[in-house]
Design a protein around this ligand. Structure first.
Ligand code: ZN
Length: 206
């Protein structure tokens, strides 16, 4: 049967805690109401103990298939799938860019969610690549840029402004610009912050 559907690359991005997964659930629900066949993929380095399904309070429950590479999505893709959903897309390799265009050009819909920026406030680089999320965002037919709420707190008062950045903290101190991605033995955590309260010691000033 000829496929007359217009394909679409739809991207949901923003800092940590901005509700990307909730938005994916809402979008997945819409696809199911439209009787589309949906496959969900999620980058997962170690999926042995994790809860990686897109689940919501109502009956929607779509198991997310763990993937490490874009080629894993290609291999797991079923022929009758109408809509592909990919979570944590920023951790994949840059093949996801041409792959998304390929899916769109098949007349299918691909919905991708991920961090647009890294903890430095720079476009999130794809795995072992000099390409970054900015290049994927430029290919989007539809782009949602979500914000979280800044949780910076001073003297017991929380900022509450729109948070567009992810603050990385190492042992509760702002992570320096050149800090390694993985630290052994240090407490590494993240908070949503507005631009004013996003601190990156050693970040070059232009
Ligand atoms: Zn703030």
């Amino acid at each position: 049967m000829e496929n007359n559907n217009q394909g679409q690359i739809h991207i949901v991005c923003g800092p940590m805690y901005c509700g990307k997964s909730s938005e994916l659930i809402r979008l997945a629900r819409r696809e199911l109401i439209a009787n589309k066949t949906v496959q969900v993929f999620k980058y997962e380095e170690d999926n042995r103990y994790s809860e990686n399904d897109l689940a919501s309070h109502d009956k929607l429950f779509i198991p997310a298939e763990p993937v490490l590479y874009t080629s894993d999505i290609y291999q797991k893709l079923k022929e009758n799938t109408d809509t592909i959903i990919v979570d944590e897309v920023q951790f994949l390799d840059d093949i996801i860019i041409p792959f998304s265009e390929y899916i769109r050009d098949q007349g299918k819909r691909i919905i991708l969610a991920g961090l647009d920026l890294d903890f430095r406030g720079e476009p999130f680089p794809f795995n072992k690549s000099n390409k970054h999320m900015g290049e994927l965002l430029a290919k989007a037919d539809y782009l949602e840029k979500l914000t979280a709420i800044c949780t910076y707190s001073l003297n017991g008062k929380t900022c509450g402004e729109d948070a567009k950045r992810t603050q990385r903290l190492i042992n509760q101190e702002p992570a320096p610009y050149n800090s390694p991605i993985k630290l052994i033995g240090a407490k590494d955590n993240y908070e949503a912050r507005c631009i004013k309260h996003h601190f990156v010691p050693g970040k070059p000033v232009y």
